[in-house]
Design a binder for this molecule. Structure first.
Ligand code: NAD
Length: 263
């Protein structure tokens, strides 16, 4: 494989017969790529959610069209709102006959020097990124425990949970929190056959991110990678599929870096 220009990897049936729920999957990034990958890997039914209604409808149609999977459903849900979280998981339970795999993809970032950051901005990022992942994990654990068939949760953290970057104190703190949440929740969930792991990607430059961040910063981030490029969203989705599959049966509570970064 050419590491600078990788070819799309074919499917291996890792999600054969599973039902999958993915949050924040109507964008151009990892969420939609994970839903696509799950379908290609043989998932029998998928629920995708997002806060953006128009994009969610198109994402459902696109997913059906591109993968040929009929059992794809969309549900608007803001992970920062507990009633939305419960309604989403209840909807998925009913629509696809129980959730086998939850991909907690939703996260929110902004850029601000800490000395200029207002409490509101700090709280907003923590609330979607950390608290949202906690809310989804907490309710999903309850539901998976009651269902009694085990399950898998894959959280989306970030290398910033380990590393430092200017203007990212809030987001980095939230992602470090996602890793800690993953470790502790996994210990509790093992008692009812639920595994919980996280991926920690370095950088995925999808079109929406290219529009919102400065070109200079994006080039600097790419240049830090050993491959000299950002990851494709599907390269992160592949690692999510591995963690969600039985190949990762002896992994829980782990955060796996998806990165070619030096140091
Ligand atoms: N893109 C990167 O370089 C990168 C790197 C490391 C980690 N991550 C993490 O990966 C995840 C996905 O990010 P992405 O950049 O690939 O974009 P993405 O396309 O996967 O996600 C963006 C989508 O999230 C939705 N969303 C935003 N707030 C929401 C909320 N409160 N509830 C539900 N949906 C919401 C948006 O409407 C948008 O459609 C995030 O958790 C992000 O922090 C991204």
């Amino acid at each position: 494989m050419d590491l600078k220009n990788p070819e799309y990897v074919k499917s291996h049936g890792l999600m054969e017969g599973r039902s999958v729920l993915v949050t924040a999957a109507a964008g151009a990034g990892i969420g939609f790529a994970a839903a696509t990958r799950a379908a290609e890997e043989g998932a029998r039914a998928i629920v995708i959610s997002d806060i953006h209604e128009g994009r969610l409808d198109s994402a459902v149609q696109k997913l059906k069209h591109e993968t040929g999977l009929e059992q794809v459903f969309g549900k608007i849900a803001n992970v920062a709102e507990e009633p939305d979280v419960q309604a989403l998981i209840d909807f998925a339970q009913e629509k696809i006959g129980g959730v086998d795999v939850l991909i907690n993809n939703a996260g929110l970032g902004t850029s601000k020097l800490l000395i200029e950051m207002e409490d509101d901005e700090w709280h907003r990022v923590i609330d979607v990124t950390l608290n949202g992942t906690m809310r989804m994990t907490r309710y999903m654990m309850k539901v998976m425990k009651a269902r009694g068939q085990g399950g898998v949760i894959v959280n989306n953290a970030s290398v910033l949970g380990w590393r430092a970057q200017k203007e990212q104190a809030h987001y980095a703190a939230a992602k470090a929190g996602v890793m800690a949440l993953t470790r502790c929740a996994a210990l509790e969930a093992a008692e009812f056959n639920v595994r919980i792991n996280a991926v920690s990607p370095s950088i995925v430059l999808h079109p929406m991110l290219r529009k919102s961040a400065s070109q200079e910063l994006l080039e600097e981030l790419e240049s830090r990678e050993a491959y000299g490029r950002a990851a494709e969203a599907w390269e992160v989705a592949n690692v999510m599929m591995f963690l969600a599959s039985d190949y990762a049966s002896y992994m829980t509570g782990e955060s796996l870096s998806v990165s070619s970064q030096r140091g």
